[in-house]
Ligand binder design. Structure first.
Ligand code: GDP
Length: 298
């Protein structure tokens, strides 16, 4: 179930609970619709999507006695429509390395997500160079170094407080030199001001683009799903600083509010590329909106 047990409990159980039993229908009246709306809002999908979904149920079923599964089917279709997204795996370039810049606030799961992506590529027989360009956090560099050793990736680091752009530059250079397939660059999650964060990220972006014209090929934004809709304002913060190409939604296993994926799809104009569903390196899944919605109601 892709680690969605908690959300499943909230959404699936709460909504099926509106019915006495699976076989016995229920009259879809205003009271029912109010209750449904409230339960949908609780999943953090956002008020508007919850209202749209409830409206769909009203249109299809109002004043009729409806079976549970028929209603769930309509909700599923609506949620899939609201997410409106195909799977969007990272496209690797033919003439390597594919350069991936990873951004996000500290604590969002950035380091772990980089480890997961590294494992995914290594399992796919691709060689990976990591650039620990968050030189402000010694702990992040250490953590990434441990992952690199464990997973069999090459890592490029710098002294604490040294220029992140120089680390990014050396990481890309290393990847070119050894003919690596993938270069993943970690970045600072927090600087004093939005302005300095913007400057920092765009400088990194520029440095890499000078080395390889199309680089970075991906700029992935890591969001923590347990912070709910807060993720949407974080996303704005980062998309203003740098041109993000997709989202990695971490810690979906740790939240009962998996509806937040709908909110993020509605509120941020970026595809959700991968979801994090645990703390281990293998706990990463390619996001598939249809499979996701189906899993929510399994
Ligand atoms: P960073 O500060 O953004 O680099 O965040 P970390 O990668 O260090 O992650 C912060 C915490 O969240 C760590 O304890 C991770 O083990 C945990 N974490 C990261 N991703 C996931 C996930 O998908 N599921 C769960 N349950 N925990 C996660």
């Amino acid at each position: 179930k892709q680690g969605l047990k908690k959300t499943n409990r909230l959404l699936n159980t709460d909504i099926r609970d509106l019915f006495k039993s699976e076989s016995e229908g229920r009259l879809i009246d205003d009271e029912f619709l109010d209750e449904l709306l409230e339960r949908l809002v609780k999943t953090d999908m956002g008020v508007q999507p919850a209202m749209d979904t409830t409206e769909q149920i009203r249109k299809d079923f109002r004043a009729r006695v409806v079976k549970m599964d028929d209603m769930v089917a309509v909700i599923k279709t609506k949620l899939k429509e609201l997410m409106a997204q195909e799977s969007a795996p990272i496209q690797t370039v033919e003439q390597g390395p594919t350069v991936i810049m990873v951004v996000g606030v500290n604590g969002s799961g950035k380091t772990t997500s980089i480890a997961k992506l590294t494992k995914m590529f290594i399992d796919d027989k691709k060689s990976v160079v990591l650039g620990a360009a968050d030189t402000f956090r010694a702990a992040a560099v250490q953590q990434l170094t441990i992952w690199a050793e464990r997973l069999g990736a090459t890592i490029v680091t710098g002294e604490t407080g040294s220029d992140p752009a120089s680390v990014a530059h050396r990481a890309v250079a290393k990847a070119v030199e050894i003919g690596a397939d993938i270069c993943i660059v970690d970045t600072a999650g927090r600087l004093q001001t939005q302005q300095s964060l913007m400057n920092e990220l765009s400088k990194l972006h520029r440095v890499m683009a000078k080395q390889i014209p199309e680089a970075p090929h991906e700029v992935l934004l890591v969001l923590d799903s347990t912070t709910g809709q807060n993720g949407i304002s974080q996303a704005k913060h980062f998309t203003e600083a740098v041109n993000c190409t997709g989202i990695v939604l971490a810690k979906l296993d740790g939240t009962a509010k998996g509806g937040v994926v709908v909110a993020i799809r509605q509120g941020v104009g970026l595809p959700v590329k991968y979801i994090g569903v645990g703390e281990k390196a293998e706990d990463l899944a390619l996001f598939d909106a249809d499979a996701f919605v189906d899993a929510l109601f399994d």
